[in-house]
Each structure stands twice: as structure tokens, then as C-alpha cells.
Design a protein around this ligand. Structure first.
Ligand SMILES: *Cc1c(COP(=O)(O)O)cnc(C)c1O
Length: 436
């Protein structure tokens, strides 16, 4: 059979975009055997997503933490257009360019002290792979190759690639299914003391005993500081993080902070590590780094880690993605970071936090709600039971809002430009859906 006769002609219905979407296109965590129809977005402006049928939805998700300045922002558009007329992409091996150098200098300046070297990559999961590889290569170079295990927290999420998967929560992650192929690491219980609660040393007792017993084989601790995102949307005490830093120092274990979700102001600090006043040895950034325009991520490390790696047998760090340091992405990232820092972003996040706290308080009284929590520009409603995603998604859209729950969690992390009025409409829409 030749390739032309293999193509079946589309029926009238299949020719619609959504039918083709279901026929050909995989979406995140989706089935192609029993597909749930997706919504076609034709434009986006500010906090609004515009659907093909003309409806405009207030985006409560900021496209999964990314679109902090909203959509179609003139300054970010200009940065992309300006760069595209110069060079869209060029290999990074043996070549450099101003957008990447400017970005790396900027990241070193704004991140916690001691993170002095930057490795650029193309997505959050890859930034995590790079961080883990840095930790392993560091100990190999320093003559301690047996330090090849990681310690992490239950309820964590670090991405979908294999090393990242190995440190995601073993229950909600993919450990069961990929049992034979996922590397085995150590898990401490998820922190129980909330971000605004009084510290109790018991909360870190098991973590402390694992790191004490396993220090000879531990390369690094990896965790999401203060906010555990996709593994449960949980906020924990800064004292926990402070103690982790102390225990890592005490037992000669590196600390990797995954700020892919929390970075760039989301929690009310520019980086969540600042809540505890600590610096990790390795830091992962992604998501909001370009304001949601392009895919880009970064892994920063200390001078000590970079020197350790480069003074070892290999003489270099063994990683180099094809699209490393993509100039378009770097140019937009520079514009996005400048835009964020040019305004009073912290007061703005405080405004959103105050609003969310006020508007979400009523949900705590609902019988079907287990918990309500707010930190920075993140609002979480934890239900008693998992929601029916296909069903509830449709009802949110009918309310003119874009909210995408997972499991028992109905949550929002809107673009920072959202107005009080829009926040009110967003929360009112959620209330209508959860109470009817
Ligand atoms: C989203 C996320 C990742 C993975 O990033 P991708 O860009 O989806 O690969 C890793 N860690 C955390 C904390 C995240 O929120």
C-alpha cells in the first residue's frame, strides 16, 4: 500500500479541529481511546483565554504557573519580535550570545546567595535531570561515587522524565507502574506543620534519622521549598526547610531546591527559599521564567559544585541539550524578569493573597470541602472526594473561568495582573460549581 491510499478521507465531522485533535493529538495525561474533548483557544489577552466559539474565560491557572504577566503582553511580544529578527536559534556549543549571558547574570543576581553558575535547558523536567546529574557527578569527581542516592519528601513532584519521576511521590507518582525501571531512592514523610503554624522538631525526626543513617550513600536531598505543588498543593513550615539545610551541611549531603513552580514571586517571596533564609547548593527554575511565552529552564549551582564537577576526571559537566540557551526564549525571559522586578510585585502578590484569603474563606464551611489554604498567589480548595474532571471542567467553562483540578484539589494560581474584580469573578464561579 502506498502512503497516499493509507490516508482515509475525513468525514464531515472529522474535519473539525476537535475531531482531528482526538484522532491525532496526545494531551497531558490523556487517553486517546476514551478522549475527553479539549477546548480550542484561538486567542488570549491579559487574564482571558478566548475560545473558538467566542467565549472568554478568566484563566485561574496561569497556564500551569507560567503566564505571570498574562497573555499577549506588549513588552514580551516586543522582546520576541526584536530577537526573532536577529537570531531565533543558534547552537550553544562553542557559541554564545547576549540574551543568554544577560539572563544568566540576572539569575545569579536575583537568586539566593551562593548560586553562581547557570546551566540552561529547555524544560523543568530537564532542569531536574541536570540538577540530579550535577549532584552525582560532583561526588564522582570528589572520589565518592558511592554517594549515588537521593533523599526526598513524600507528596513531592519533580517532573515526568525518569530521574525526576524517581523522586516524585511514590503513591501518587508513577512508581508502581514503572517499578522495574525507576531508580530507588529514600523518602521521608511529607512535612505536616503548615507554613503559618508553630514549629515542632518532631516534624523532621524521620528525615533526620534517614539522612544520619544513609549519609554515606546520599548525594543530595531534593525538595520543593515551602510549596509542594503537583504532588498535593501543600504548604509547609520554613523551619522545616531551615532544618533540612542544617542537616545537609552536618552530613555532607547537597541540597537541591526545585523552584520550578515557586520561583519568580508566586509564594510572596521572589524565591521560596527566602522564607527560610537559606541557599541550596543547586536550584531548578522553569515555568514562569519566560512569563509563559517559551519553553526554558535553568539549573543554578554553587561555585563549589561547579568546581567539583570540572576538576574531576571528565573535566566538564556531561550534558548539552540541542536547544540549550535558545536566544528567543532567553530574550523573552530577560524581558519577563525585568517587567516583574520593575513594579512592586511583592505588594501585588500580597494583594492577591489578601483577596484569595477573603474570598475563599466561605468554602471552609462547605460539607464537601476538607481544607482551604492560601499562600501568595496560590489558593487551594481541598475537597473531601476526588472531582470528576470531565464534568467539572465543563461547568467551570460555563461559568466563564478556566480552572483545572486534579484529584481532590481545586486550586488557582492566576496571572499576577488579575484585578480584584476578576479574582472575585473567578472565585464566585468556583463557588457556584462546587455548591450546585
Ligand atoms: C512543573 C514542574 C516540574 C516539571 O517541569 P516541566 O516543564 O513540566 O518538565 C518540575 N518540578 C516542579 C516543582 C514543577 O512544578
Amino acid at each position: 500500500m502506498n502512503s497516499i491510499t493509507k490516508i482515509t478521507p475525513f468525514t464531515a465531522q472529522q474535519t473539525t479541529l476537535l475531531a482531528k485533535d482526538q484522532q491525532f493529538v496526545w494531551h497531558p495525561y490523556s487517553s486517546l481511546s476514551a478522549p475527553i474533548p479539549a477546548y480550542e483557544v484561538v486567542a488570549a489577552e491579559g487574564v482571558y483565554l478566548e475560545l473558538a466559539d467566542g467565549r472568554k474565560l478568566i484563566d485561574g491557572m496561569a497556564s500551569w504557573w507560567c503566564a505571570i504577566h498574562g497573555y499577549n503582553h506588549p513588552l514580551l511580544n516586543a522582546a520576541a519580535k526584536n530577537q526573532i529578527d536577529k537570531v531565533s536559534h543558534v547552537m550553544f556549543g562553542g557559541i554564545t550570545h547576549a540574551p543568554a549571558v544577560e539572563l544568566c547574570e540576572k539569575l545569579v543576581a536575583i537568586t539566593p546567595a551562593g548560586l553562581d553558575k547557570v546551566f540552561l535547558s529547555d524544560s523543568g523536567s530537564v532542569a531536574v535531570e541536570v540538577a540530579i546529574k550535577m549532584a552525582f557527578q560532583y561526588w564522582i569527581s570528589r572520589g565518592q561515587p558511592q554517594k549515588s542516592k537521593l533523599l526526598t519528601l513524600r507528596r513531592g513532584y519533580h517532573g515526568d522524565t525518569f530521574a525526576a519521576m524517581s523522586v516524585c511521590d511514590p503513591e501518587t507518582g508513577m512508581h508502581h507502574m514503572f517499578d522495574q525501571v525507576v531508580a530507588r531512592h529514600y523518602f521521608a514523610p511529607a512535612p505536616q506543620i503548615g507554613v503559618h503554624e508553630t514549629w515542632n522538631e518532631d516534624d523532621i525526626a524521620e528525615f533526620a534519622s534517614i539522612i544520619t543513617e544513609q549519609k554515606e550513600q546520599l548525594a543530595a536531598v531534593i525538595l520543593e521549598p515551602i510549596v509542594q505543588g503537583a504532588g498535593g498543593m501543600r504548604f509547609y513550615s520554613a523551619d522545616y526547610l531551615r532544618r533540612v539545610r542544617e542537616l545537609c551541611d552536618q552530613h555532607n549531603v547537597l541540597l537541591i531546591a526545585d523552584e520550578i513552580a515557586t520561583g519568580f514571586g508566586r509564594t510572596g517571596k521572589l524565591f521560596a527559599c527566602e522564607w527560610a533564609g537559606i541557599s541550596p547548593d543547586i536550584l531548578c527554575l522553569g515555568k514562569a521564567i519566560t512569563g509563559g511565552y517559551m519553553t526554558l529552564a535553568a539549573t543554578l549551582c554553587s561555585e563549589e559544585v561547579s568546581r567539583g564537577i570540572c576538576e574531576g576526571e571528565a573535566g566538564c559537566f556531561m550534558h548539552g541539550p540541542t536547544f540549550m540557551g535558545n536566544p528567543l526564549a532567553c530574550a523573552v525571559a530577560n524581558a519577563s524578569i525585568d517587567l516583574l522586578l520593575s513594579g512592586d510585585w511583592q505588594a501585588n502578590i500580597q494583594r492577591i493573597e489578601n483577596r484569595l484569603s477573603k474570598e475563599l474563606a466561605v468554602f471552609a464551611q462547605l460539607d464537601n470541602v476538607a481544607d482551604v489554604r492560601v499562600l501568595g498567589a496560590i489558593g487551594v480548595i481541598e475537597m473531601q472526594q476526588p472531582v470528576n474532571l470531565a464534568e467539572i471542567q465543563k461547568r467551570f467553562v460555563e461559568q466563564g473561568i478556566w480552572v483545572r483540578p486534579f484529584g481532590k484539589l481545586v486550586y488557582v494560581m492566576p496571572p499576577y495582573i488579575i484585578s480584584d474584580e476578576q479574582l472575585k469573578m473567578l472565585v464566585a464561579g468556583i463557588y457556584t460549581v462546587l455548591t450546585s
